[in-house]
Design a protein around this ligand. Structure first.
Ligand SMILES: C[S@@+](CC[C@H](N)C(=O)[O-])C[C@H]1O[C@@H](n2cnc3c(N)ncnc32)[C@H](O)[C@@H]1O
Length: 263
């Protein structure tokens, strides 16, 4: 198992994951609708956090479909009690994933995993004939476009710290080519960002992520106390607007063969 930077026992994690669901679910649901997710689909979600995506998937696939919602630590998966949704503990780096799914989906997971390339291969393997792999991961290029020099210092420090921890905050741009190398078809990718305002949902999400990592960030030396204070003040300043990182949604499909499903 790869080490994970933001384990669920951090005190702010349930709230941070709730903000994440609120911020990102609409974009992912739009893309899932676009590939046609619907009645009868057999789905797997890995690294599900609080399970908001699988809760919605359970409603889309109906009684004839099924959803496995999983996480390394599934303790925060809530309110997905439905006969067609099963909660499982799955370490995506090593545990059996099953096979033949119509949809395998993960959001904001691969960037954290040093073994991300191998994990992407494992996820692709789990997709059945005619099924889809849908991955949504960050690409931080927009944050460096800020006009504010203090915030640029903050993001440069943050990205240097992440690289030192083998967290890839630019992985979003790399997934489409990898899906093609793995033999998936109809590969497409879209990056979406938010122009956020201090005090907004997005600013609160960014601030809560940073506060969970405060001690490690400052101890690393990549972010000074002054740069930290300036950035946190901007995240609260309602007169301040800036770019969030983008989230890149990449979709790819396994060619349909003899039957829609594998084993
Ligand atoms: C940033 S959170 C994203 C949660 C959710 N996908 C979302 O977008 O709201 C990453 C999640 O991946 C899980 N995770 C980390 N390492 C994992 C692993 N090796 N296998 C499965 N899940 C893992 C964490 O427990 C956490 O819930």
């Amino acid at each position: 198992m790869d080490r994970y930077a933001l384990p669920h026992d951090l005190s702010g994690e349930p709230d941070r994951l709730a903000l994440m669901s609120q911020m990102l679910d609409p974009q992912l649901f739009f893309r899932l609708r676009q590939i046609g997710v619907g009645q009868g689909w057999r789905c797997l979600e890995v690294g599900a956090g609080n399970g908001s995506v699988s809760r919605w998937l359970g409603q889309q696939v109906g009684e004839t479909g099924s959803v496995i919602v999983s996480d390394l630590t599934p303790d925060l998966i809530r309110a997905v009690e439905a006969p067609n949704v099963e909660v499982k503990a799955i370490d995506v780096t090593s545990d059996e994933l099953g096979s033949g799914y119509d949809l395998v989906v993960a959001r904001a997971l691969l960037h954290h995993l040093p073994g991300r390339t191998a994990v992407l291969g494992r996820l692709a393997e789990a997709v059945g004939e005619g099924g889809w792999l849908v991955l949504e991961e960050p690409d931080f290029h927009p944050v460096l476009a800020t006009d504010n020099p203090e915030l640029r210092d903050f993001w440069e420090g943050w990205l240097a710290w992440a690289a030192s921890e083998d967290i890839d905050y630019f992985v979003g741009r790399r997934i489409a080519a990898r899906m093609i190398a793995l033999g998936l078809q109809d590969v497409r990718a879209w990056g979406e960002t938010i122009l956020y305002r201090g005090g907004s949902l997005t600013a609160r999400y960014l601030s809560s992520t940073m506060h969970e990592l405060h001690d490690r960030l400052l101890a690393s030396g990549f972010i000074s106390p002054r740069v930290w204070d300036d950035a946190m003040a901007l995240f609260e300043n309602e007169d301040f607007w800036s770019w969030q990182n983008s989230y890149v949604t990449t979709v790819g499909r396994r060619a349909a063969g003899r039957g829609r499903r594998g084993s």
